[in-house]
Design a protein around this ligand. Structure first.
Ligand code: CP
Ligand code: NVA
Length: 302
C-alpha cells in the first residue's frame, strides 16, 4: 500500500483483494473489532452523502476508533483553505482521511498534503469504495468474479469508470451502454483494455442498452445526473431516455442475473421501482455491504 492510500481501486494490489473481500465477509459475521482502538479517522465530505458517510462513521466506531466528520459548510474548506493545507493539519490529528470531493486532482492534492492514507469516498472520476462493495456483493452471490457478463446501463460516470478499472484488474467481461456523448474517459478504457492482455476479459462500448443487457449476469446502473451536474439534469433526462433497467431489459439477461444500483436511485428514471424492489435486485444487500467493505479498506490502508 502506498502512503497515498486508496484513491482508485488499483491502489490495492490485485493479489490483495481476495484478503480484503474475505475480511469484509468476516465483518458480516462479527461486526465488532479492536483494530482501530485509539485511532481517529477524518471523514471530509465536500458533497452530499448518506451511505458512505454513515458506513465509514459506524465502521470506525465498530472497530474501536473514533470518526470526525467535516463538511464543507461549517469548516474552513468553505472559505477556500487549500486541500493540501487541510490534509496536512488533519493528518497531524488523525490516522486516515476519507474524502468525498469533485475532481480527481483535488483528492490527489489532499493526498499530497497528507502524511496519513487518504481514501477516496467518491470523486467525479471514481467511486472505488462503492465498486469494491459491488465486487464483494457479486463474489458473495455467485462465488466468483470471472465467467460472468457485466452490463453497465447509463452514464459513463465515476461508477462506470471504477467498473472499467475493475474490469482491467480482474479480467471481467464488461459491456457499457451509454448514450452518445456520455461515454467514459477513453484513456481509462484503453488502460483497462491493455491490462486485460494479462488478466483476460473484455470491455465493449455500445449505445444499445439491449445489447449490453443480453445474457448479462450482473446489470448495474446509476443516476443520469451525478452530484455537480444538477444544471444539466433536464438535458440529460432527454438524452438518457431508454437507458433504464426495467423488466423488459431484465428479460434479456441471464436467467440467474442480478441487478445492482449504488443508490440513491431515481425510481422511474434509470431503474423502475418494480426492478429495484424486485427479486433480482441486490441493491439493498449491496448498500448494507458498504459497512464491512469500509472496515476492510480502513484496516488495509491504516
Ligand atoms: N452510494 C453512495 O455512495 O451513496 P451516498 O452518496 O449516500 O454516500
Ligand atoms: N454517480 C453518482 C453516485 C452517487 C453515489 C454521483 O456522483 O452523484
Amino acid at each position: 500500500m502506498s502512503r497515498r492510500g486508496f484513491l482508485t481501486l488499483a491502489d490495492i494490489a490485485i493479489a490483495d483483494w481476495p484478503a480484503v473481500f474475505d475480511r469484509a465477509a468476516l465483518f458480516n459475521q462479527h461486526r465488532l473489532g479492536t483494530s482501530l482502538a485509539g485511532k481517529t479517522v477524518a471523514v471530509v465530505m465536500e458533497k452530499a452523502s448518506t451511505r458512505t458517510r454513515v458506513s465509514f462513521e459506524v465502521g470506525v466506531y465498530e472497530l474501536g476508533g473514533h470518526a470526525v466528520v467535516i463538511q464543507t459548510e461549517g469548516s474552513q474548506i468553505a472559505r477556500g483553505e487549500p486541500a493540501e493545507d487541510t490534509a496536512r493539519v488533519l493528518s497531524s490529528y488523525c490516522q486516515a482521511i476519507v474524502v468525498r470531493t469533485f475532481g480527481q486532482e483535488r483528492i490527489a492534492a489532499y493526498a499530497r498534503g497528507s502524511t496519513v492514507p487518504v481514501i477516496n469516498a467518491l470523486t467525479d472520476q471514481h467511486h472505488p469504495c462503492q465498486v469494491a462493495t459491488d465486487l464483494f456483493t457479486v463474489r458473495d452471490h455467485f462465488k466468483k468474479l470471472t465467467g460472468l457478463r457485466y452490463a453497465w446501463i447509463g452514464d459513463g460516470n465515476n461508477m462506470a469508470q471504477s467498473w472499467i478499472e475493475a474490469a482491467g484488474m480482474f479480467g471481467l467481461e464488461l459491456v457499457l451502454a451509454c448514450p452518445d456523448g456520455y461515454g467514459p474517459d477513453p484513456q481509462l478504457v484503453n488502460a483497462a483494455r491493455a491490462q486485460q492482455a494479462q488478466t483476460g476479459g473484455s470491455i465493449t462500448l455500445t449505445t444499445s442498452p439491449e445489447e449490453a443487457a443480453t445474457r448479462a449476469h450482473v446489470l448495474s446502473t446509476d443516476v443520469w445526473a451525478s452530484m455537480g451536474q444538477e444544471a444539466e439534469a433536464a438535458k440529460r433526462k432527454a438524452s438518457f431516455k431508454g437507458y433504464r433497467i426495467d423488466q423488459a431489459l431484465l428479460d434479456r439477461s441471464a436467467k440467474d442475473s442480478i441487478v445492482l444500483h449504488c443508490l440513491p436511485a431515481h425510481r422511474g428514471e434509470e431503474i423502475t421501482s418494480d426492478v429495484l424492489d424486485g427479486p433480482r435486485s441486490l441493491a439493498w444487500v449491496q448498500a448494507a455491504n458498504r459497512l464491512p467493505i469500509a472496515k476492510a479498506i480502513l484496516e488495509r490502508v491504516i
